[in-house]
Write a protein that binds this ligand. Structure first.
Ligand code: ARG
Ligand code: GLU
Length: 695
């Protein structure tokens, strides 16, 4: 008995040390199923993914291609993050109906608001099409020949797939193109806004708390899927009906405690877990610092203006948040790689890899992969940093340069045809209008003076006084007329004259050179992946995220960010009140929420100690795109909503360390409490199935 206990203990330690990974839901039988069960799950692989019966996967929808959402009622009620529904909420907001500030709640189906262009996509089934996709691909083919063979194979595969008319097909490479999977999907296009808390709840803590634990954000919003009379996807119509899902997630009122199993089911965007050490060094020691410096220079200017001018504060809020989000993430990523010793660990791993290659007699085939990486990344470094710099300056931070970049594309299009020019012009006009909706020339000029010196030694801020593009009217004026007139005038504009040589340089040398080396790196990366799986088949490989449906699992768990500090895994409403700063743009708390706190009026949503949980941490391996993903308990109930990661663990996109990598979720009890007690939208709660799995 004691021996058995010892063994069990050993297995559990083994498993938890090995956690991390984003797995393909149709391949869970065996290893993943066992791991999940040893972590406390009572779910079978078939409960999660089943082609013939409804399963958890039928409740998980890709939200507009960038976030995740889940169905939580038999009437197609959909839950995602506040920051995922942000632009929809914003687009319905006005000064009179400020849904961003005050929140929004549809009190009946009639009041739910349609959203043009918004879609939610479900996975009907997943098929391994590797053999068909790689048929006839021999070693001797050039990468161009390989690609065209793959394209031919793809057409063959697509033709043979059985699917309904309203369904779509996607084929995606996995393991760097060593495997291919096919997805049959259903895309719903009538998605209506049902509810959102005020930003003071849904975005509580804003940038200061972004990527940070302890966290107290109620980052959720609600939508509803509508379908045609046959319950199929359809364009918006007032005759559409609430969608009846194949499966919806019951919501647990028992919540979680430290050590509980959780899984996160969603659409992670992009990770890079199999990079060679040279690449990790280049990204974290060269590219990140360079990008960080540019964003920091921009933020310094924007923040200073926002602090002293309320109009600018509102105008630049969303732009500032976008710039700050990746800025903060990269800082955490570089520090996390250092703190976790990832470089040394990866180096050791590469020594083991070389040994395995030798032992298995694979040196002819794979013996030079790592040294080829060394050479390529050395060649790549300067261009990689410079191209990143161009993107940061001309696309991400400086608005005038971004306008010039768009205009240059328009000039390019004009060289093709008049039609291409007109199309490009329409798109530029749209962009210009978008930018000028929230544009302040002093801010942008300040950003220019601050970021441009990092990219180029040619700086001339006087262009801001001469160009037509710092004002929408004069800008649009300049775009009037035929291609010939427009281009003639454009090429006399001071800002365009200034920017054009750099943009031309980007298109003629920077970008092609970057792509040339990058495509070699990608080819080698594919070979490395194959080499790893061949030489060290006993290792645990999951495919890098590629915006396809995955599951990741772990436990509710705190962590120690620094010596002598331990972070508990659960925050409470008490912490919201602790952070409360009256009138503050990030930390204000609505009166009603403070009243509910004072009265401890938590209803059925309090935990066993009478406290109201707000957020919690888990060891689930998530990334961008997992926002809005459900956190699911051991029985398949919804307990949380994923929305962020902890700062110290943002390097999990490159290297997952179970010691410090944590995802951050809103506790569903907080979500329900806000809907019910704060917003008085009890009718939505009544639609859901609330359960007590622990009782
Ligand atoms: N860090 C989260 C993510 O990467 C949340 C971003 C939205 N929130 C914000 N304060 N900008 O998307
Ligand atoms: N906020 C991220 C998103 O929008 C999730 C956080 C992460 O990168 O893990 O998907």
């Amino acid at each position: 008995m004691r021996f058995l206990k010892f063994i069990l203990c050993f297995i559990i330690i083994q498993v938890s040390a090995q956690q991390g990974g984003m797995w393909i839901p149709s391949l869970l039988e065996g290893m993943n199923e066992n791991e999940m069960q040893s972590l406390g799950s009572n779910l079978t692989a078939k409960d999660i993914y089943d082609v013939n019966n409804s399963s958890l996967k039928d409740a998980i929808g890709h939200f507009n291609g960038g976030c995740t959402s889940e169905v939580i009622s038999p009437k197609g009620l959909l839950l995602t993050n506040h920051h995922c529904g942000f632009s929809q909420i914003q687009s319905h907001s006005s000064l009179e109906n400020d849904y961003l500030k005050d929140g929004f709640w549809a009190m009946s189906f009639d009041e739910e608001i349609p959203n043009e262009g918004l879609y939610v996509e479900f996975i009907v089934r997943i098929e391994d099409v590797t053999d068909a996709m790689l048929a006839g691909l021999t070693e001797d083919l050039s990468s161009k020949e390989k690609q065209s063979k793959i394209d031919i194979n793809r057409n063959g595969v697509v033709k043979k797939v059985q699917k309904e008319d309203w369904q779509d097909i996607k084929i995606r490479p996995f393991y760097k193109g060593n495997q291919y999977y096919l997805f049959v999907t259903e895309r719903f296009k009538d998605i209506r806004l049902v509810g959102a808390p005020p930003s003071s709840i849904g975005k509580f803590g804003s940038d200061t708390d972004n990527w940070v634990w302890p966290r107290h954000t109620g980052d959720f919003s609600m939508f509803r899927i509508y379908a045609d009379k046959d319950n199929r996807p359809a364009e918006y119509s007032k005759d559409n009906q609430p969608y009846t899902p194949k499966h919806f997630l019951p919501v647990s009122l028992d919540g979680i405690e430290e050590g509980d199993f959780t899984m996160v089911f969603g659409f992670p965007g992009r990770t890079n877990e199999y990079l060679p050490t040279v690449a990790v060094e280049q990204i974290t020691q060269k590219v990140n610092p360079s990008n960080i410096a540019i964003r920091e220079a921009a933020l310094k200017v924007i923040d200073a203006h926002m602090k002293v001018d309320d109009k600018i504060r509102i105008q630049y809020a969303s732009k500032q948040a976008r710039i700050a989000n990746a800025w903060k993430k990269w800082i955490g990523e570089t520090q996390g790689i250092e703190k976790s010793g990832a470089i040394d660990i990866k180096r050791q791993f590469e020594i083991d890899f070389k040994k395995a290659v030798k032992e298995k007699g694979l040196e002819d085939k794979y013996g030079t992969v790592l040294s080829e990486f060394e050479t390529l990344y050395e060649e790549f470094e300067t261009i990689n940093i410079k191209r990143n710099g161009f993107v940061e300056v001309f696309i991400r931070t400086n608005e005038l340069m971004y306008m010039m970049f768009q205009l240059a594309q328009m000039e390019n299009a004009a060289n093709k045809s008049d039609a291409a020019f007109e199309k490009a012009k329409a798109s530029v006009i749209n962009r210009l209008k978008g930018i000028h909706k929230n544009y302040n020339v002093n801010v942008d000029k300040g950003v220019f003076e601050s970021v441009m010196p990092i990219y180029s030694d040619k700086i001339d801020a006087s262009i801001y006084d001469k160009t037509a593009f710092t004002d929408l009217d004069t800008a649009l004026n300049m775009l009037e007329g035929s291609a010939k007139t427009v281009l003639k005038n454009l090429n006399k504009d001071a800002a365009y004259i200034y920017a054009k040589p750099m943009i031309v340089e980007f298109y003629t040398s920077l970008e092609p050179e970057y792509q040339r080396i990058n495509s070699k790196i990608n080819t080698l990366q594919a070979k490395y992946m194959e080499a790893l799986m061949t030489a060290m088949p006993e290792e645990r490989y999951f495919p890098d995220a590629n915006s396809t449906l995955r599951i990741t699992y772990g436990k509710v768990n705190g962590y120690s960010p620094r010596d002598a500090i331990y972070y508990n895994p659960v925050t409470y409403l008490d912490g919201v009140i602790e952070k409360y700063v009256p009138g503050d743009y990030e930390f204000d708390v609505p009166q009603k929420l403070r009243d509910l706190y004072k009265a401890k009026d938590y209803g059925q949503y309090a935990d066993v100690n009478g406290k109201l949980p707000v957020c919690f941490l888990g060891t689930n391996h998530t990334t961008g795109g997992n926002s809005g993903s459900p956190a699911i308990d051991a029985e398949g109930n919804l307990v949380g909503l994923n929305f962020d990661r902890v700062w110290e663990g943002t390097m999990s996109d490159i290297y997952y360390d179970p010691e410090i990598c944590r995802n951050i979720m809103v506790d569903l009890r907080y979500v329900l409490f806000i809907i019910d007690k704060y917003a008085g939208a009890k009718h939505l709660i009544d639609e859901m199935t609330l359960v007590h799995p622990k009782k």
